[in-house]
Every structure is written in C-alpha cells, then in structure tokens.
Design a protein around this ligand. Sequence first.
Ligand code: NAD
Length: 504
Amino acid sequence: MSNLAQETKSLLFALGVSADKLATSGIEVTSPIDGSIIAHVAEQGAADTNAAVNKAHEAFKKWRTIPAPARGELVRLLGEELRAHKEALGKLVTIECGKIYSEGLGEVQEMIDICDFAVGQSRQLYGKTIASERPGHRMMETWHPMGVCGVISAFNFPVAVWSWNTCLALICGDSVVWKPSEKTPLTALACEAILQKALERFGDAPEGLHELVIGGPEAGQALVDNPKAAIISATGSTRMGAAVGPRVASRFGRSILELGGNNAMVVAPSADLDMAVRAICFSAVGTAGQRCTSLRRVIAHDSIADELVASLKKAYATLPVGSPLEDGTLVGPLIDEQSFDTMQTSLKQAAEEGGSVFGGGRASVDGKDGGFYPTPAIVEMPAQSDVVRTETFAPILYILRYSDLDQALELHNEVPQGLSSCIFTLNMREAETFMSAAGSDCGICNVNIGPSGAEIGGAFGGEKETGGGRESGSDAWKGYMRRATNTVNYSAELPLAQGVKFDI
Ligand code: NAD
C-alpha cells in the first residue's frame, strides 16, 4: 500500500468512515497527485439507486412535518461537525481531487458557511400576503417541502456542491439522495459519516433522510428517471446536462442544472493592470483551471493588451507547479490523463485556428511521475474561433483584443455558456454598462474581481448552456420548495373574481 493510500485510510477513519465502506474491487480510486490507487469502493447501480429513493421518500413524509427551525438544528450540528473535521476533510479533498490544500480547506469552509446560512434561512421561509380584489378575503402564499432531492455532483467541487444542495434541501423539508462523481467517492463517504455524527446528536430524524449512492452515469440516470425524485440538482458538464435536463422534463420533474462555463474578463484601458494580473492568475490557473468559474478568456483593449500579455507571461513563468500537499504550490495536477490529453488536443486546435501558444506542456514533479501536472497556457488568438467557444477543463487562457466596448461585449456574449464574467475598469460608465441589461449575459457579473471564488451569500449559477439553475444563497432556497397560493374567505358572501356572476 502506497504512503498516499495509508494516509487516505487514516483520514477516512478519523472522519468516521467505517472499514466496511471500503472494498477490494469495484471502483478504483486513484489520487491525481501521483496516479496511485488509494482505495476501492463497491459500485452501486440502478437498483440500489431506486431503493435509496424509496427510503428517502418514506423519510420525507416524516421530515416535512418537523418545523423548519427544528430542521435547521440538524444543519447547525452539521456545521459544528464540519468545523471539528475541517483539516482532515480538506486534506482528503486535496488527495482525492488534487486541488491545493489551501483550496481544500477553503472548500470545507464553504460548507461551513452554507450551514450557517441555511440555519438562518430555516427561520425565514417567507411567503407574501397579497391584496385580494374581493371584500372579506385574504390571499397569501405558503412554501412547502417538495420531496426527494436528487443531487448529482462533479469531481472538481466534490464536497461543497453537496453541501450547497443538502443544507438547503434539509431545512426546506426535503430528503436527499446523493450521487457523487465516480472520481471522488471517498470524500462523499466522509461527508456521509460527518452527517451521520450530526444525525446521531440530533436524535429523531427519520431513517433514510440522506442516502448516498456511489456509482457512475447509470446510477445517476436511475435517479434522474425516478418520479419520486421531485428535484434533480445536477452539476457537471454541458454534455451531462443535455442528457439529464430533457429526461427530467419528460416526467415533469424539476431540475436545477449547474453546467459548464466559459468565463471572460474584459480588461479596459483604465484598468489597474497590477490587480488584473493577480486576479487573472488566480482565476485562470487556480485549481489547475478546473473550476466551472475558471477564467478562460481575457478580452483586452488594444491600448493595454501588449503590456498585459507581457506581465502575464512573466507571472506564468514563475508559477510554482507541484504536489498540492506541499506549501507554496499554486498549480496542482489535472484530475487524470484523459484531462491532460484533452488539454493537448485543445492547444493543437488553437494553434491550427491561428493561435500563438505559450506554455501548455506537462511539468515534471519529483516523485510524482504518475500525476499529470500541466504548465498553464496563454494563447493569443486572432479571433474567437471554435476552440475558444468550447470549455476545456484545464488551465488554458485565450487572449482576444478589442477596440471599443460594444465589440468587447459582443465577443463576451458570443459563446454558448453564461456562467461568470467580469470587467476590470476604473471607468464608472463602462462598469455599469457591463452590469446592465445590455451588458454581460452571465449569472455572475463582477467588477474589478475575477470570475471565480464566489461567496455563498449570493445565488450561484448561470444562463444558456450553463443550465439556468441557481444554488446557494439569496432566494435559491425556493428551488427546493413548492409554492401554494391560499385564498381565505372570512366574509359571509361568496363573490367571484373578475366580477363573474354565477347565482344559483
Ligand atoms: P461530468 O458531466 O462528467 O460528471 C458530473 C456528474 O454527472 C457525475 O456524477 C457523473 O457520474 C454524472 N453523470 C454523467 N452523465 C450522466 C447521465 N447521463 N445521467 C446522470 N448522471 C450523469 O462532469 P465532471 O467532469 O465531473 O465535472 C466537470 C464539469 O462540471 C465542467 O464542465 C464544469 O464546468 C462543471 N461544473 C459546473 C459547476 C456549476 O456550478 N456550474 C460546478 C462544478 C463543475
């Protein structure tokens, strides 16, 4: 057993995962750090998924009757358990998905933040009262639990996406069936064990309130097709969303789709270039370019483009690439070899489409030959060609140029995805135009901040091929509940709306 496998095992046990959750065959879990096998986990299929949905549906019938602030108590306890296990879970995230340790810890902090948010929200599931046109009548809306919430998640935020969905679903009175990425089942087992500790302290939550199904797309599909899964919240590629969205719609289920992005930064003539360079580096190479909000396109004004590109190349040349467990590393490995090959294919295509490529090879990291460490790439493009319009989940940054803001906005919006966006400018007119109805068409639109690293307080998600879903903060909780409009007649008459007469 490799050192990494040993460390993984101790972390799992420290987090409360019992030995019987691990297997000797089934899904082979490898660490992107060195490509070594760190564990095996039994694979579940469609029948297991359907059994899990049935259990969760029974649990829902009881959970929905528990007052929302009492449901919030479970999430408060989960937040406490996450605080107690932050370091171990953060490290496991790093080992299993390869993000640097500081980002692994950040991901767990995001879970803690959404717990706090959801606890407060559990006392604020407000409806409106509405003026009735009829005398002696009152109208109001109430929000009710929906049912089982199926959560399908991606490898790159293996635990945070689960918590965004689960914390809100639980306070809203829904039960949860989670199908994590088959590339990151260990962090899922750890989350389940941590939630179990909170459930034990909570006491009387119904069995089956949270079910974990470890498997691939087949298990995911069974969840998608099960009519008892009232909500499907699916995070992943646009390819996955294109398969999932229509299937959920065909049974009139509700879906929350969080899919790929192709996020851009407009750098205007007045931009603080030093800040822009720092923001670009974090957004484009952080998590080795494997965030849905990673910066993929810089649209730079002609007057500053040369200076910006020169500064970026200088910064890129010194970026520390290495093991994500080591202090000082800023660029860790890609998830696997296939991901590295996809990066190479995109760079080749970019060159064929007229791009000039800087970086983009495979870095060699001592003792980590089995890991696929990329050298982040900058590609100056003559136009927004096909490859630029495609999300490649790797650290490739395309540079495009513009001469006036209308042209920048046209380039900005002329991609199929619509997740995150930003402008660096000190010109108030440009900033406001970028955020206006005629500006960026994305779900996230920032000024003088990069496109990645969102806070949980805002609603998270995007438009077009990004899927239109919203999760996390603001009023995203409404996606996990159903709305009922109630009209109460406290008069002795029975007037009809719109003045209709129907006397018998
Ligand atoms: P992926 O689409 O390969 O897999 C995501 C999940 O979907 C996995 O759990 C997988 O098993 C499941 N799945 C795949 N096909 C399915 C099907 N037909 N039916 C049901 N389930 C199915 O994505 P990935 O490689 O794990 O993650 C990277 C992608 O996720 C990128 O495109 C990234 O932009 C996107 N992402 C989006 C967000 C967001 O909030 N918008 C967040 C994280 C990642």
